[in-house]
Design a protein around this ligand. Structure first.
Ligand code: ATP
Length: 268
């Protein structure tokens, strides 16, 4: 046996290759190459209108690129419908809260399980009773997420009665219930106070460590970006202007210029 065999390089979880997106005459993204590796926390930053949300919408198949391709977990997803992605292991939160406000915390999280299992299978499992175990397992997994996110005391409350920070935490729980390989977080801490932001930062680190989930996040809050990212991609006017470790990216002259002379590491 050859003990000196070269280690096989890990494949990216998500890869954009030569991706461009035009909206009429506007080039929202141009020639983006980006790889998100397994176990990374990758942040996408950039001034307003830089193309961050467009990039996320391409990753979650809500948009199709004008040119180029997007690969998730080794599969070309460029032309897939968005509803196929949860089952493949890609979950996402949205810039604007996407929770069912009249439903309880636990029911919102169970909805995430639904997306993963597929309504048909889940519904059938309930109906046939013989596979009632599926329902029991789903509830156990939902309770485990409630415990993980430290929201046991509010598990039976309607989400609409909670603070904004807790509602975002429930949205995170619903995304986790999809048992993702890759979690896309869109401006998770925007509108949160310092304590809520620190809680979310801790949860994101634990999600990566304990649940083996790769995280990609759009974030304007530079404190959390610099603290927890392994890798930062900077967009400006639809182009990638930097891509690397936070400490290096924050000193990049092109990045500093894009942020109008601010030291990106100091903007929090
Ligand atoms: N559906 C659309 N139709 C037309 N133009 C669009 C559409 N979506 C985005 N754009 C434009 O594409 C550019 C990139 O927008 P995008 O929302 O991706 O930027 P962003 O970096 O997420 O900005 P922000 O930080 O303000 O959310 C902007 O000029 C925006 O106006």
């Amino acid at each position: 046996m050859n003990t000196n065999a070269t280690a096989v390089a890990a494949a990216p979880v998500l890869e954009f290759s030569g991706v461009s997106k035009r909206f009429g005459g506007l080039e929202a993204l141009a020639g983006i190459d980006l790889r998100v590796m397994p176990g990374e926390i990758c942040s996408v930053i950039g001034p307003n209108g830089a193309g961050k949300t467009t990039l996320f919408n391409l990753a979650s198949c809500l948009l199709k690129p004008t040119t180029g391709s997007v690969t998730f977990d080794g599969e070309d997803i460029t032309s897939l419908p968005a509803h196929n992605l949860a089952r493949r292991g890609l979950a996402r939160t949205f810039q604007n809260l996407a929770v069912f406000k009249h439903e309880t915390v636990i029911d919102n999280i169970l909805t995430g399980m639904h997306s993963r299992l597929g309504t048909g299978i889940f519904g059938a499992a309930m109906f046939w009773g013989a596979t009632r175990n599926a329902e029991i397992r789903a509830r156990e997994a939902a309770e485990e997420i409630v415990e993980f996110l430290e929201i046991e005391s509010i598990r039976e409350l309607p989400v609409g009665t909670l603070s904004y920070g807790l509602q975002k935490r429930v949205e995170l729980g619903r995304a986790l219930a999809m048992q993702p390989k890759l979690l896309l977080l869109d401006e998770m801490v925007s509108g949160m106070n310092q304590e809520e932001t620190e809680d979310i930062a801790r949860f994101i680190l634990d999600i990566r460590e304990e649940r083996n989930v790769t995280v990609m996040m759009i974030e304007h809050e530079m404190g959390i970006v610099m603290d927890i990212s392994d890798h930062v991609c900077v967009l400006n006017f639809g182009r990638k202007i930097a891509d690397g470790a936070p400490a290096i990216v924050s000193k990049d002259p092109a990045v500093i210029a894009a942020y109008l002379g601010q030291d990106v590491g100091e903007t929090a």
